[in-house]
Design a protein around this ligand. Sequence first.
Ligand code: FE2
Length: 188
Amino acid sequence: MQKTPSASLTDRLTLFLVSVSDLRDPYMMEHSSHVKDLSLQLALQTDFPRSKLKQLAHAAILHDIGKLVISETVINKPTRLTHAEYLMVQQHTVLGYDLIQPLNLDPVIGDAILYHHENYDGSGYPSGLIGTAIPLAARIIRITDMYDALTSERAYRGAFGSKEAAILMKNKSQYFDEFLFNEFLKII
Ligand SMILES: [Fe+2]
């Protein structure tokens, strides 16, 4: 998704929203861009509908946009979150979904934003959806988002290497669509 005059309005609005978020959380733009690239790679490795690749890219770029409306103190807190703060952060899925509704984007995008923290075993949020009840784009972003978070340096820890991240994720494999996760392991 490039900043060219020919980019669609959706592309430009997407980048605008992410650049606003990036001013608050400088990690946001880089992370969103990595998640987009990884998600497209994973989708291309599978039979993800080619007609929905653009929507997947937008969803990946915008997946954490709801953090924009959560207190900066909480979002950028360098120390461990309290339970109440953790619950507040979890709201970024629903808030992100609500935030983009006026843009009237393809439902694939809103659903992926809403459900990108659902776990395949039903232990995720906000709805505790299980298995293929979780939209495909959200199942992809669940994997690529966690991988990029682990392999990025954070205020409270260094970055894990690719192999370490894969091991950590294998220990949480119940969170992921098994087929997608196995395909992802071939990419990284
Ligand atoms: Fe998120």
